[in-house]
Design a protein around this ligand. Structure first.
Ligand code: B12
Length: 314
C-alpha cells in the first residue's frame, strides 16, 4: 500500500473540506492541534488553515486509531515516534462518504485507469491510481466502484478472450490483495460478533465475497474471510470450533448455489447455533433458487446484505 510520505504536502484544503473528507468535526481537528500539537497547517492570506493531502491522510489514520479505543494523546505520541523514524503509516481510505462535490475525477474513470495499468502489467501505475483513489474516496467507493469495477473489467476481458490468462491472474491477484489489505485495515468493535465469509462450495468467483467481507468489517464486525474452494466438512468443523454468529456465503452459478444446501444440512446435523446467510449473482438472475436454499437470503447487493446482517445481529 501507499504510505503518507508519498502524498503531496501542498496546502490545498480548508478545514471545512477536511471535515467532509475525514468525518472528523472541525472543532475536534482544532482541539487536537491546540492540545496535542497534531499537524501544523499552513495559513491562507486571510489566515484560514490549509491542509495538504498528507495532512488529510494523517487525520484518517489518527481517527482509525482513536476508533480502536486508543487515547488521542497516545496516538499522537506513537505517530510522532513513527514520523521521527521516517516510518510513515499507510494511507487509508475515508470511513465516511466523501462529498461528491470535492471529487476531481469520478470513480469510474479511476477504475478505467486501473484496468488499463493492470492490462499493461504496470504495477507502479496501478499503485498510483489506487493512491489517488484512497485520498479521494471513502472505503465503500474505493472497494466497490474502483477496485471492484476494475476486477469486473478484467474478468470480462478474459471471458471475451481479450486478455491472456497470465495477465488476468496478475491483475486479479494485485487487486484482491488490495481488498485483503482493506479488510485488515479497519478495527472491529470491541466484543463484536464474529462473521465467517466464504465462497459457496466449488465457487471460483471470489470478488463479491471479498467485497462483502470488507464492507462487514467496515460495519465493525470481526470478519474472517475463508476464500474459495473450501471442503464443506472442514468449513463446518471450523465453524463448530470458532462459534461465529454468522456464516455468509456467495454463489455465482446454479451449481454452486445448490452446494449451499449441503452446507446448511451439515450445520443442522451438528446443531450449530449460527445464522446461515447467503446471496450472489445467480439468486438475482433466478430468484426461484432462494426457495431451494434454506437459511437467510441476505439481498441483491453487498450493501443490502450488510444492512440485513446488521438487522439480524442487532
Ligand atoms: C471476474 C469474473 C471471473 C474471474 C473470477 C476472478 C475471481 N477470482 O473472482 C475469472 C476470470 C477467473 C472467471 C472465471 C469463470 N467464470 Co466468470 N466472471 C467474472 C465476471 C466478469 C465478474 C464477476 C464478479 O466478480 N463480479 C463482481 C461482483 C461484486 O458482482 P456480483 O458477483 O454480481 O455481485 C453482486 C450481486 O450478485 C451481489 N452479491 C454477490 N455475492 C453476494 C453475497 C451476499 C451475501 C449478498 C448479500 C450479495 C451478493 O452483490 C453484488 C452487487 O453489490 C462475470 C461477468 C460479469 N460482468 O458479471 C463472469 C461470470 C460470473 N463468470 C461466469 C463463468 C461461467 C465463469 C467460469 C465458471 C466458466 C467460464 N469458462 O467462463 C470461469 C471459472 C473458471 C475457473 N475454474 O476458475 C459466468 C457465470 C454464469 C452463471 N451465472 O451461471 C459470468 C456471468 C460470465 C458470463 N456472462 O457467462 N470469471
Amino acid at each position: 500500500m501507499t504510505t503518507l510520505a508519498e502524498l503531496s504536502n501542498d496546502p490545498r484544503y480548508t478545514i471545512k473540506t477536511v471535515t467532509t473528507q475525514t468525518g472528523i468535526r472541525a472543532v475536534t481537528i482544532r482541539a487536537w492541534e491546540n492540545r496535542y500539537g497534531l499537524l501544523n497547517p499552513q495559513r491562507s492570506e486571510n489566515r484560514y488553515r490549509l491542509y495538504s493531502d498528507r495532512d488529510v491522510a494523517m487525520l484518517r489514520w489518527v481517527k482509525s486509531q482513536v476508533d480502536q479505543g486508543v487515547a488521542i494523546s497516545s496516538v499522537v505520541k506513537d505517530l510522532n515516534i513513527l514520523l521521527n523514524r521516517g516510518d510513515f503509516p499507510e494511507v487509508l481510505p475515508a470511513i465516511t462518504p466523501v462529498s461528491r462535490s470535492f471529487l476531481q475525477v469520478p470513480p469510474g474513470t479511476l477504475a478505467d485507469q486501473l484496468f488499463q495499468a493492470l492490462a499493461r502489467q504496470d504495477e507502479n501505475a496501478a499503485s498510483d491510481v489506487l493512491k489517488q483513489a484512497n485520498t479521494m474516496f471513502d472505503l465503500t467507493t474505493v472497494c466497490m466502484d474502483v477496485i471492484g469495477a476494475a476486477l469486473i473489467k478484467i474478468g470480462e476481458a478474459w471471458h471475451q478472450g481479450e486478455m491472456r490468462i497470465t495477465t488476468q491472474h496478475f491483475a486479479s491477484t494485485f487487486l484482491q490483495t488490495k481488498l485483503v489489505t482493506l479488510l485488515q485495515a479497519y478495527p472491529s468493535r470491541r466484543g463484536a460478533p464474529l462473521i465467517l465469509t466464504a465462497c459457496a462450495p466449488e465457487e471460483t468467483h471470489e470478488v463479491a465475497t471479498l467485497m462483502l467481507s470488507v464492507v462487514l468489517s467496515h460495519h465493525g464486525y470481526r470478519v474472517e474471510y475463508m476464500g474459495s474452494e473450501l471442503p464443506i466438512d472442514d468449513l463446518v468443523d471450523y465453524a463448530r470450533q470458532e462459534k461465529p454468529a454468522m456464516l455468509c456465503m456467495s454463489a455465482t452459478t446454479e451449481e454452486t448455489a445448490l452446494g449451499l444446501v449441503r452446507v446448511q444440512e451439515k450445520l443442522t446435523k451438528i446443531k450449530l447455533k449460527v445464522i446461515f446467510g447467503y446471496g450472489g449473482m445467480i439468486f438475482n438472475l433466478k430468484p426461484e433458487l432462494r426457495k431451494k436454499v434454506p437459511g437467510e437470503y441476505l439481498g441483491e447487493s453487498i450493501l443490502a446484505g450488510a444492512a440485513r446482517v446488521d438487522e439480524l445481529l442487532e
